[in-house]
Design a protein around this ligand. Structure first.
Ligand SMILES: C[S@@+](CC[C@H](N)C(=O)[O-])C[C@H]1O[C@@H](n2cnc3c(N)ncnc32)[C@H](O)[C@@H]1O
Ligand code: SF4
Length: 394
């Protein structure tokens, strides 16, 4: 008999597995692919029998948020040096031996899927720097139970890899483009890759990926004037686009609240030129508020983590390239899953740890930031240590 005491109590006998949990979980039992019974337990005590491999659990944190999305950073390396992301000072890259192998990533992904994750995003650093990424896409696709598998990339290596990624099962992707002006692109990324990135976008479309989305971080005094040209470009070429408020991720980007262009201002800039109608969030938990153009030619989204935080709907967990589970983009700590994996822990042990971490989660950093920004003392980004974006995965 294996027995684990964690957030709940897990028991395993030859005849089956049993969970006992005091609060915060719900569970459905599935037989022959059909859901047969359902137990909800948010405030009481429940005891249930679970047959191995047949269970969906709806894991919730202390703010009643389910775990639904997993962002996996496949590398912290990057071939760009975006000023808003990449530390300018010395940054110590994660040692290669510490980076999760594809097999380890897939195993962890499977565990998260059993806990309720339906969507995985591959990110980094620059994910296309990871050798043979399409093999990982293929393996994740083969898990069969994901509703959505996507990729966020700076696009500079897309032309060479997009066919393989599409063949491996990738259906959609986001490409970061903050300006169409070559000189400004160089200033923001400290690289000269704009032409290659635009070729990559086209290639993704030609390979049938849909939607192909552009991510644009808007910074005051840097690229506000790029909003409308980027909208025109995306509409003309059939790309979706999302504008992202500049965030204080990590500690190295010298974030200042004055450099944030608020959602309301981005909205006004767009609305003056293109009538748009709010459609709400994609699903109830997507970061972007989505708008439809009046002429029906596509959508635009705005992600307002700073001025309109969406912590209460945050269902995202993050896995760093070196195998740490992080429950908030602005966190300063991760929980080491790789150590457990490499000490030959069973899936059930890892699942119990993830359940325990998520079950205790209370993060709402962006809400707290906004409160501080509105307070008499104001908000000091440097006062809180945070994991850098390239380690964490955006
Ligand atoms: C960290 S990057 C990793 C993936 C890939 N290298 C890329 O650039 O798309 C993921 C996303 O985070 C965004 N990002 C990075 N730093 C940011 C910041 N300080 N504020 C808002 N978004 C940021 C990037 O623009 C990108 O869209
Ligand atoms: S935003 Fe992406 S491309 Fe730019 S430095 Fe960060 S990880 Fe690299």
């Amino acid at each position: 008999m294996d027995m684990l005491l964690w957030y709940g109590l897990y028991l395993e006998f030859g005849c089956g597995q049993y969970w006992y949990w005091p609060s915060g979980f719900s569970c459905s039992m599935v037989k022959g692919g059909q859901r047969r019974s359902w137990m909800e337990c948010s405030n009481g005590i429940a005891f249930g029998k679970i047959r191995a491999g047949q269970v969906e659990t709806k894991l919730k944190d202390l703010l009643d948020r389910e775990i639904r999305d997993l962002r996996i950073s496949v590398t912290d390396r990057c071939n760009s040096r975006c000023t808003y992301c990449m530390p300018r000072d010395k940054y110590e890259w994660i040692d290669h031996h510490e980076i999760l192998s594809f097999e380890e990533i897939v195993r962890i992904a499977g565990i998260f899927i059993r806990l309720g994750v339906t969507k995985i995003r591959l990110t980094g650093g620059e994910p296309l720097l990871r050798h043979d990424l399409c093999r990982l896409v293929e393996q994740l696709t083969a898990l069969g139970s994901l509703q959505d598998l996507c990729l966020t990339t700076n696009g500079s290596l897309l032309v060479d890899q997009i066919e393989g990624l599409a063949a491996a099962g990738l259906k959609r992707l986001n490409v970061s483009v903050d300006t169409l002006d070559p000189e400004r692109y160089r200033q923001i990324t400290r690289r000269d890759d704009l032409v290659r990135v635009l070729q990559g976008l086209r290639a993704a479309k030609q390979c049938g990926l849909s939607p192909v989305k552009i991510n644009t971080v808007v910074q005051r005094g840097v690229n506000e004037e790029d909003i409308l040209p980027l909208i025109e470009f995306s509409r003309d070429n059939g790309y979706a686009i999302r504008f992202i408020e500049y965030m204080d991720v990590g500690n190295a980007n010298n974030w200042l609240s004055e450099k944030v262009v608020p959602k309301a201002e981005i909205f006004e800039t767009i609305r003056k030129r293109f009538p748009i109608r709010e459609k709400g969030r994609d699903g109830d938990n997507a970061p972007a508020v989505c708008y439809e153009y009046g002429d029906g030619n596509g959508h635009v989204g705005i992600i307002a983590s700073v001025t309109e935080p969406f912590c209460r709907g945050c269902t995202r967990a993050r896995l760093t390239a070196d195998g740490k589970l992080v429950t908030c983009l602005f966190s300063d700590e991760g929980y080491d899953l790789k150590g457990l994996l490499r000490r030959n822990a069973s899936d059930d042990e890892i699942r119990a740890l993830v359940s325990s971490i998520w079950g205790r989660r209370t993060d709402k950093y962006s809400e707290e930031r906004l409160q501080a920004m509105n307070s008499a003392e104001g908000y000091k980004a440097k006062h809180r240590r945070k994991i850098e974006m390239i380690s964490l995965g955006g």
